[in-house]
Design a protein around this ligand. Sequence first.
Ligand code: CMC
Length: 430
Amino acid sequence: MVDQPVRIDLGSEIFSADVLQPSVGNRGFDVRKLRPETGYVSFDPGFANTAIARSAVTYIDGAAGQLLYRGYAIEDIASNCSFLEVSFLLLYGSLPNAGELLLWENDVSRHTMLNEEMRSFFDAFPRRAHPMAVLASATYAISTFYDVYRRPTREQEIDAGARTLIAKMPTVAAWAYKKSIGEPYVYPNNEFSYVENFLHMMFSRPTEITPIDPAIVKALNVLLILHADHEMNCSTATVRSVGSSRASMFASVAAGMGALWGPLHGGANQAVIEQLQAIHDDPDATIESTIARAKDRNDEFRLMGFGHRVYTNYDPRAKVLASFAQDVLDRMSIEDPLLDIARDLEAAALADDYFAERKLFPNVDFYSGIIFRALGFPQRMFTVLFSIGRLPGWIAHWVEMNNDPETRIMRPRQIYTGETERAYVPIEDR
Ligand code: CMC
């Protein structure tokens, strides 16, 4: 069925906007001709009602708490696939068959090593450098070794860029961590799977190989999959925005990392643990006082790991993680008081009218930090782990944008509220 155009009554004229049909979800109407034809612009800070592209990567039904990667439910994908399998799905649109998966895994594992000159890059950072800053800088730095990827246009070059980023990011992340603790860098070992290799580079030493626990591999695999894409979130929109100027895949992804690092986005996973730890350590920071502060309009404090632009229901990723957190802790015989505090905080928030009225539920960051902690990752690495997970999503969107004939350089409009034209005043007369 074709919908009639949407008619917008502007008083003196009617603007007619064609309706854009989705395969499922919100319909859109096309306002591309609104300003040229009427002189009006639409006002939508934060793009809360603006579709920036047609996309076939990920679908979210926020009211139902549903998340699909290329049509597959996140719950199915998380319990049945490996992270590289999901990366293939996001990048190429369908799940790989056994042969394709083997080829993809081999291809990625043969590109995990960094150019040896990158060692001096890590050496140059201070020990206290946040690993997110190192990760984003290293993403730019790697591109300098691969001139051909500066602005890849041929399919082969785009594939090579995607593979390079996905293969090398765990090495970069682990080396950023090793640098921060003053330990020697551990080289990748292609005997290992993708996740095993990352754990090896993080936790082994040149003198001693730390055995890799299959339970940790499985848990990290699930965590990376849950973070792999989330349609037009802030960092993905950033990747698309930067890429729309025809900047390279590497420059676009590095910019996306900057967006992800903010505490309202991926940085929330570190902030959640800091908040839970404060409740644990500080007698003045109780569950009640934390909820009260989050509700106080005069306090910019927020309950981290709660709320979402799209979900008005329980985030399906948080649902998986809420039960998974206990599983992981039990399997590893860890008792973490922060999990109990998180549960109490969640129960108190869900029972509170403020959170109910605004439909604020736990999001993916609420429980992920507790699991990252149990797996042995320090807090400052949490958003780095989110980045490794989100990488295939960023790239899938960059490629989709690059191939989309409707893509134009992202260049929003404004409602100007400054001074109108005025006469220049010489400095001695001011
Ligand atoms: N604690 C207290 N109040 C909240 C929270 C929260 N976590 N989240 C939203 N609200 C309130 C907000 O004050 C506003 O109230 P009012 O209508 O009275 O002004 C209302 O709920 C709507 O919030 P908003 O800020 O307009 O919503 P948004 O869509 O612009 O922001 C958000 C979404 C995720 C940035 C926000 O919910 C938030 O700051 N959450 C905490 C940070 C967080 O957990 N971020 C991770 C997001 S999920 C994963 C990811 O993207 O990385």
